[in-house]
Design a binder for this molecule. Structure first.
Ligand code: THU
Length: 134
């Protein structure tokens, strides 16, 4: 039995998705990051007319947790429109790996029932880390 509620985390990501600002791609993404203390931090993608400035939903959620002093993470849910779920982009994988290299990830679609499980180690097996001998 899991110690956290998957449907609850997917619902939080779906709710966060409604806050997406995505007038350019029209691809809204919602994320919800569950901390080991049991708190949930939401995120949605925020686009910009200068496209490269866009921030993904996953990093918005991560930064919200960080700013609340919550650096110990249990799981991340990501929700998009269907039919298939998406995985976090490469930049977000590296960003998340800084804090939780083994993070459990749940991928869902709106009104899609159970999510698909993966984890950050599987998605980014060779995350960059600064070494001491520079
Ligand atoms: N996007 C995310 O929010 N998360 C991802 O993992 C991939 C892409 C957003 C960025 C942009 O606003 C839109 O999806 C299309 O790329």
């Amino acid at each position: 039995m899991k110690d956290w509620d998957e449907q609850c985390l997917l619902a939080a990501a779906a709710e966060a998705r409604s806050k997406a600002y995505a007038p350019y791609s029209r691809f809204a993404v919602g994320a919800a990051l569950l901390t080991n203390s049991g708190k949930i931090f939401p995120g949605a993608n925020v686009e910009n007319a200068s496209f490269g400035l866009t921030i993904c939903a996953e990093r918005v959620a991560a930064v919200q947790a960080i700013m609340a002093g919550e650096l110990s993470w249990r799981a991340l849910a990501v929700v998009t429109a269907g039919p298939q779920p998406v995985t976090p982009c490469g930049a977000c994988r590296q960003f998340l790996a800084e804090f939780a290299p083994e993070l459990e990830i749940l991928l869902g679609v709106v009104d899609g029932g159970a999510g698909q499980h993966t984890n950050l180690r599987a998605l980014l097996p060779a995350a960059f880390a600064l070494t001491e001998d520079r």
